[in-house]
Design a binder for this molecule. Structure first.
Ligand SMILES: *[C@@H]1O[C@H](CO)[C@@H](O)[C@H](O)[C@H]1NC(C)=O
Ligand SMILES: *[C@@H]1O[C@H](CO)[C@@H](O)[C@H](O)[C@H]1NC(C)=O
Ligand SMILES: *[C@@H]1O[C@H](CO)[C@@H](O)[C@H](O)[C@H]1NC(C)=O
Ligand SMILES: *[C@@H]1O[C@H](CO)[C@@H](O)[C@H](O)[C@H]1NC(C)=O
Length: 216
C-alpha cells in the first residue's frame, strides 16, 4: 500500500490518525528536501555574490612628511608594501577582474596611485592575493592643516593610519554586465626597520563598494 492511500484497519479511528500523521510527515519531508534543493540551486547558479576582501599584511619602511605652507603644498617620502586578499564566495561562478588601480591615502589625501595590478581570473571558492609595493621621494600630497597635525601626532607614536583603495571592474562568468567594484582597506601601519624582523600586522576587513546595476 502506498503511503498516500487511505488506511482500512480495524481500529479505524486510531489507524486513520496514524496514517494521516505519517502522510503529513512524509509530505513535509518531501517538500523540505525539494525546497532545500531548489534553494541550493538558486544560490549556486542564479545569485551572485561580490568578493570579500581582507588586508593580510602591510609594511611601512619609510613615511616622512615635509609639511608645506600652505598645508596643501606638503610633500611625502614613503616606502610601503601591502597585501590584500580577495575571496570569491561563489560556489560555481568564476569572476574575471579587469585591471586593478591601487591608491594609498593618508587622512583622506591621496599620496600614491602609481600601482596597478593586471587583470586576472578568480576561480569559485578560491582566494586570490594582490600584493603591491610603492615608494616615492618628495611626492606632493594635498593635506589639510588638520591632516598635518594628525601626521605629527601619529609620527610621535610611529603608527600611521593609511587607507588602500582598489578600483576595478569585474564580470561574473556567464553574465554580460561589467560591474564596477571598489575595495577600501584601512591599514594601521607600524613603521619598521628593514633590518629588524617584521612586526605583527593586524589583519583587517575591507569594505566592498559595488554599483547598484542589474547583473552586478
Ligand atoms: C604652493 O602651491 C601653489 C600652487 O601649486 C604654488 O603656486 C605655490 O608657489 C606653492 N607654495 C609654496 C610655498 O611652495
Ligand atoms: C584628518 O585628521 C583630522 C585631525 O585628527 C581628523 O579630524 C579628520 O577626521 C581626519 N580626516 C580623515 C579623512 O581621516
Ligand atoms: C623606497 O622608494 C624609493 C622610490 O621608489 C626607492 O628609490 C627606494 O629604493 C625605496 N627604498 C626601499 C628600502 O625600498
Ligand atoms: C617624525 O619623527 C621623526 C623622529 O621619530 C622626526 O625626525 C621627524 O622630524 C618627525 N616628522 C614630523 C613631520 O613631525
Amino acid at each position: 500500500m502506498a503511503f498516500w492511500e487511505p488506511c482500512f484497519g480495524k481500529d479505524n479511528e486510531c489507524c486513520d490518525c496514524d496514517c494521516s500523521w505519517t502522510k503529513f510527515l512524509i509530505w513535509s519531508a518531501v517538500v523540505l528536501v525539494v525546497g532545500g534543493l531548489v534553494a541550493v540551486l538558486v544560490i549556486a547558479f542564479a545569485v551572485v555574490y561580490p568578493p570579500k576582501a581582507t588586508a593580510d599584511d602591510a609594511v611601512l619602511q619609510r613615511f616622512a612628511l615635509a609639511p608645506g605652507n600652505p598645508a596643501a603644498n606638503s610633500t611625502i617620502s614613503y616606502n610601503l608594501t601591502a597585501t590584500v586578499s580577495l575571496r570569491n564566495p561563489n560556489i560555481y561562478r568564476a569572476i574575471a577582474y579587469g585591471p586593478l588601480a591601487v591608491a594609498f591615502s593618508f587622512n583622506g589625501s591621496r599620496f600614491d596611485d602609481s600601482a596597478t595590478v593586471r587583470a586576472f581570473d578568480h576561480k569559485p571558492r578560491k582566494t586570490a592575493t594582490v600584493r603591491v609595493t610603492v615608494g616615492g621621494v618628495g611626492k606632493p600630497v594635498k593635506l589639510t592643516a588638520p591632516g598635518v597635525k594628525e601626521f605629527a601626532a601619529e609620527n610621535d607614536t610611529g603608527k600611521f593610519a593609511v587607507e588602500v583603495r582598489l578600483d576595478t571592474t569585474l564580470q561574473y562568468k556567464g553574465r554580460s554586465a561589467n560591474c564596477p567594484l571598489v575595495v577600501v582597506c584601512p591599514l594601521q601601519l607600524q613603521l619598521v626597520d628593514p633590518d629588524v624582523a617584521a612586526t605583527a600586522f593586524q589583519r583587517t576587513k575591507c569594505t566592498i563598494l559595488r554599483a547598484k546595476k542589474s547583473g552586478c
